[in-house]
Design a binder for this molecule. Structure first.
Ligand SMILES: Cc1cc2nc3c(=O)[nH]c(=O)nc-3n(C[C@H](O)[C@H](O)[C@H](O)COP(=O)(O)O)c2cc1C
Length: 224
């Protein structure tokens, strides 16, 4: 059985999937484990919309329609990154992009090539299952953080079962249309999506093991 540490080290954002279906029972099992994620006051500020088959195709079609009229997507009130991201975060973000496109063999000059890869987000990178994470707009930033813990729990529970994932805030571009499509109540919104499926091990992009800052770069120890 996979240890927690092993799962943490092994989880990566998979960006090329095989079409092999993930059965509903397995997705349910993953969610059943992940629902043990903590949340302040145990408010469990999340809902999940899981799509496969025709329902997956429907959201892919919606994304394509929005992109046709509005290539940048629907701009919402909640930003994905703050403007003018500062150091060291700015460099980390830049490095991730450069490392990923280097593996894909798409140089900076090939803007269309890079955009085409970015657009694969809107097809869940080929994953047969998409999860959408829904939060009530009245929730504060604390609850958004707790939703993140839930998402990581899902990714780890999935990995343990051989199921790869990619969290996808890219889908924030289609929040308005997806809200209408899923007929969400007025106060609810989609925060993020997650692609779930079996990794295409032959895809170079899946060999990306994104760097991390060393512990001493982000942690301060006092009084030990
Ligand atoms: C909330 C969240 C949203 C993300 N959205 C996207 C996305 O839309 N597309 C994508 O390719 N990766 C996305 N990622 C993946 C990050 O780029 C990735 O986690 C980071 O580069 C670290 O790499 P690793 O997950 O492979 O360890 C997202 C990650 C998180 C946590």
């Amino acid at each position: 059985m996979m240890s927690v540490s092993e799962a943490l080290r092994k989880r990566i954002s998979t960006r090329a999937f095989l079409p092999t279906p993930v059965p509903e029972t397995l997705v349910r099992e993953i969610l059943d484990v992940a629902r043990r994620a903590p949340s302040g006051g145990n408010v469990q500020p999340w809902k999940v919309m899981a799509v496969a088959g025709e329902d997956r195709q429907n959201v892919i079609d919606i994304a394509a329609q929005v992109t046709q009229t509005n290539p940048a997507g629907e701009v919402g009130e909640r930003f994905i990154y703050p403007d003018n991201l500062w150091e060291p975060h700015r460099s980390w973000r830049y490095k991730l992009g450069e490392d990923m496109y280097a593996l894909l063999g798409i140089p900076k000059e090939n803007k269309l090539g890079r955009l085409a890869h970015l657009a694969r987000n809107a097809e869940f990178f080929g994953a047969p299952v998409g999860l959408f994470f829904i939060i009530d707009e009245r929730m504060g930033f604390g609850q958004w953080a707790h939703l993140g813990m839930f998402m990581q729990s899902i990714a780890l529970a999935a990995l343990e079962r051989g199921v790869a994932s990619c969290m996808q805030e890219f889908w924030a571009r289609y929040r308005t249309s997806l809200k209408a499509h899923f007929q969400l109540p007025e106060t609810e919104m989609i925060y993020c999506a997650m692609a779930l499926g079996y990794a295409d091990e032959s895809a170079a992009v899946n060999t990306l093991y994104a760097d991390r800052a060393e512990v001493d770069e982000f942690a301060t120890f006092r009084g030990f």
